[in-house]
Design a protein around this ligand. Structure first.
Ligand SMILES: C[S@@+](CC[C@H](N)C(=O)[O-])C[C@H]1O[C@@H](n2cnc3c(N)ncnc32)[C@H](O)[C@@H]1O
Length: 200
């Protein structure tokens, strides 16, 4: 299994954004949607071994988290607008209680941010993606069944960094340059694919 958690510092937790102008009306949900596509979709299909959490810390209903579970998800399309529509429906779902509420097969929403994600995840090695970390290609670093935390266009804030550090998260780098978040997800996914195929 592979788990991605994308932290949207400004991404709206409310469904009141415009599908025709996602970047300007949603706190850059477009960044998170591209990460979602990179984490969950291959050509003509959904990765059955992937889970992605979009943590939405902006807007009036924040914090909220939307979970996509590849083992159950159906009909996820790769275009941003279609994924945004799924997210908008999820954000219109009542979720005031504890835990995740199913929106449709493989998609669920919860009230809360990093805390609900951490409570939902299985015990696993945690990696915080950052260019100043250990090299993703280091073969001695075990990446199987791990959780990868990715920042949005503004990166992680100090609270999130401190919370993940306190949990023992290791810092992992995909290279020396600061990349777009979705490219980082693609590179991590590709490294996992290559290792799985070598070890298959
Ligand atoms: C566009 S970057 C954030 C840039 C932000 N201004 C900052 O200084 O953190 C989005 C996210 O991608 C990840 N990232 C970017 N470059 C990376 C790299 N070379 N290695 C690992 N993660 C990286 C980090 O998680 C980062 O928060």
């Amino acid at each position: 299994m592979r788990h991605f958690v994308v932290i949207g510092q400004r991404a709206t937790a409310s469904p009141d954004f415009l599908l025709v102008d996602i970047p300007s009306t949603s706190g850059r949900l477009d960044v998170l949607l591209r990460c979602l596509r990179a984490a969950m979709l291959v050509s003509h299909g959904v990765r059955r071994d992937a889970t992605t959490y979009l943590v939405l810390l902006g807007g009036p209903n924040a914090p909220r988290t939307v979970r996509f579970d590849g083992s159950a998800a159906r009909y996820l399309r790769p275009d941003e607008r279609s994924l945004a529509t799924v997210l908008q429906k999820a954000l219109a779902t009542e979720c005031t209680g504890a835990g995740f509420v199913a929106v449709r097969t493989g998609v669920a929403v919860a009230s809360g941010g990093l805390d609900v994600v951490l409570a939902d995840l299985p015990e696993a090695t945690l990696f915080m993606l950052d260019e100043a970390g250990s090299d993703l290609r280091d073969p001695t670093i075990e990446l199987r069944d791990a959780v990868f935390f990715v920042g949005d266009h503004v990166g992680f804030d100090e609270t999130v960094r401190a919370q993940l550090t306190a949990l023992g998260a290791r810092i992992l780098s995909v290279g020396p340059l600061t990349l777009q978040a979705e490219d980082v997800v693609t590179i991590v996914g590709n490294e996992l694919d290559r290792r799985e195929h070598v070890n298959a």
